[in-house]
Design a protein around this ligand. Structure first.
Ligand code: ZN
Length: 94
């Protein structure tokens, strides 16, 4: 669901992930170079920011899952070793 800038006579085409009703140019305050910088910042936050946040959270979730899996693997290995310790076999009379 893409949308356009709500400012009359603008109609700037905005990406789906862009959260504001106006294009960066009409959402930015000020004039001249300040406006250009502000518009660039708004565009980066609106489009790149949301993309980056989703990518980072995805990567973090993936890393967390891998860490959990590694922890599980190590725990299973420890349990396996503990269960097969010679002392226990002797105590059981095996
Ligand atoms: Zn606009």
């Amino acid at each position: 669901m893409s949308h356009k800038c709500a400012k009359p006579g603008c109609g700037f085409h905005l990406p789906e992930s862009y959260p504001l009703p106006y294009c960066p140019w009409h959402a930015a305050p000020g004039s001249g170079i300040v406006k250009v910088i502000a518009a660039a910042g708004i565009f980066a936050v609106g489009v790149g920011g949301m993309y980056a946040v989703s990518k980072v959270s995805e990567a973090f979730k993936k890393r967390k899952t891998q860490a959990e899996q590694e922890e599980w693997r190590q725990r299973a290995e420890e349990m396996r070793k503990a269960r097969r310790s010679p002392d226990e076999d002797v105590a059981r009379g095996a």
